[in-house]
Design a protein around this ligand. Sequence first.
Ligand code: HT7
Ligand code: ZN
Length: 875
Amino acid sequence: GHVFKLEDYRPSDYLVPRISLDFRLSPDATRVTTVLTVERRQGVTAAAPLVLDGDGLTLLDIAIEGHALAPAEYQATPERLTIPTPAAQRFELRLETEIAPSSNEALTGLYRSNNVYCTQCEAEGFRRITYFLDRPDILSVYTVRIEAAHSEAPLLLSNGNPVESGVLADGRHYAVWHDPFPKPSYLFALVAGALGKVAGSFTTMSGREVQLGIYVEPGKERLAGYAMDALKRSMKWDEEVFGREYDLDVFNIVAVSDFNMGAMENKGLNVFNDKYVLADEETATDADFANIEAIIAHEYFHNWTGNRITCRDWFQLCLKEGLTVYRDHEFSADQRSRAVKRIAEVRTLRAHQFPEDQGPLAHPVRPRRYREINNFYTATVYEKGSEVVRMIRTILGSEAFRAGMDLYFERHDGQAATIEEFLKVFEDVTGRDLAQFALWYHQAGTPNLTVSSSYNAAAKAFTLEIEQSVPPTPSESRKRLMHIPLAFGLVGAGGKPVAWAAVEGATVEDGVIHVRKRRHVVHFSGVSERPAVSLNRGFSAPITLSVQQKADDQFFLASHDSDSFSRWQAFNTLLTDALIAAFRQVLGDKEPAFAARLAELAGRIAGDETLEPAYRALALSLPGESDIARDIGKGIDPDAIFAAREALARTIAAANREVFSALYDSLADKGPFTPDAASAGRRALRNILLDYLSLLPEGAALAAAHFRGATNMTDRAAALTVLAHRHAGARQAEEALATFETRYRGDALVLDKWFQIQAGVPGARTVEKVRALTQHPAFSIANPNRVRALIGTFSSANQTGFHRADGQGYRFFAETVLEVEKRNPQVAARLATALRSWRSLEPIRQDKARQALLQIANADNLSADLRDIVERTLA
Ligand code: HT7
Ligand code: ZN
């Protein structure tokens, strides 16, 4: 396959200032008439050919300025339309293509979901609809006419504002939409079908009224209320925090049930996976509500960071994605609890981005090469990209950050921009040089800081020795030194900050050490007591830390650090260290043993009323099996990790039985359900306590009672998980699974939870169960949500099941990935990343995993998407 390289970028010879599209919709033969205003760019020779992208297209008709072209005047293949010598500098090109939405199972381009026509054009789906310069730096004003049978598609939507609609003969009708904002083709959208509407309105800060619509499957309108509320809060927040106002008369969201990702920010017409729109207490968990809020916000925020200012090319994807994730994180932090949100973000980053950065698929936040752009919608581009924006704010301060953002919006509105231009606005508003900082965009790999400290009481001197290293990653063996903003605190008796008179050795500003060299020795003088040092407060940099620190200091910080993130981190580090030691004991055929004070501390945190319940729940949830595996690094035996983790959970439960039990009782639901963060936090704490208590005698009965007494999906799903995972095969578990299945038969999104819970059951037998569930009437290999719930959970969230020592998990996986791939290469490629850390397994599993990867690699007619992932994974 072709390798696209950043350095090969050059502007297109032709521009398309205007496009009009006319769709005559029909499931098997949709006619698309495209009229392009094409302009040769100033200074480009008249001999330059016009080359338009296509993907699987058939050209039916072609004319320039109303004259049909002779066969010698153009060449059309399914992948390309070439006009070797367009006669004029500016001309109108008319094209006609025909496509079949109902047989489009890749879910990119124009397809049908539940009899609704919808589109997904990012990144390169527009070329499956018509020939075009399908690249993000070609910005056009779109006018779209849609025509369909009224009975089949009473609703006709596209981007921008509605301008006209009317009735035609033979039961057909049409609508015309106009989007005044020039946009790249990836933001084009069309939706047509029979959908129910929830209406709302929002008055912007300058007093314009915007009509809001959320469209869902008829009968499900009631489930869109939370999404509508989240949308209004997002619109308000972007005005208040970034000064950004919405710019069209309407803003529409459509929920569809077949979607490759979470949602899509098409201008004025966001298309969503219905999982991220539909919710009520009966069907959605608190995590679902939080995801809906975050994704509604994310797509809405793209209106400025992505749509008004878009990307010059796909190498710049993080320009819109990293920045928009940063914005949605800040939004959620403001709407909920900042401390809890930050911990959750860091857990996600470590769970998804760190393994990516430390494995064969590692790439910079702004990559320089790709073969298949769809495989670069990654945790690195999104989550690490967001952390890089956060570091800019940490380094510059919030006022300068806001001034830089204002300049960015002012300077680049209406443009397709680059990361260099983004960084430049911050240099221009502050006069600072961000050249070394820019390595965060260009260099892959997770930097590590090794830190040691010493205190000299007589001299009142405290010293930190900091050394940075960036590990090699594929195709980047030598790394340059980075600028790492390391927030820190010196913590004294009772948690009070310890003062110092002077500091030398590195730039220290507002509680941040700016590490720029390989080695820094930071001297603090006038320090009157030996402090415990709290490092990377608030997770100021996305790095790993190796700190030579006494366990006593970690225990102290876990109780006293005034930075809530670092306090959580200190306890989490203690847990991780204990789990790694226990893993080694298990491998050595020993019973794992744990320090009594660890379980005691867990008990104290659980009952600490000064801490939010949600925070306590996060602290009590042990590092996951894959977190432990990542921190161990190599020679991974998932069964030994499981045994170690199980032993620690039992130790904590046994040591805290009374406290946990009393607290569990006191947290029982009072009053009606509300999805707010505080209520969700109480449920989270109660449910993690249930998880511990279920390990004690009568645990299955307790979980069964929790399941029966549940009045919302959060509690019901939590109890079902405890039963199925901790008491697999027990009568109560089987009964609860059956009850759940019967109760939610016909509700696909809820049954996904049932698939997911069963796919996550630890142990060697799950692979057979998952294989059997692929035959369940509610399962469909063509639906991404079903595939992710069953196959995705099994392969990426079930360590002992998937990594079964005899390789049966991998074999089932390879077969299924190839089955999914026949229909949907994007979803198959994403699934296949579950094997990216295969080299960190112990040798026997490693060999079996490699065989599964080879089985995929050697299959016939592999898609570009899947080939790219398996070849990089094996390289
Ligand atoms: N910008 C959107 C990305 C997206 C996407 C990419 C490839 C294939 C299908 C897709 N659906 C949506 C989502 C976002 O980040 O907001
Ligand atoms: Zn996005």
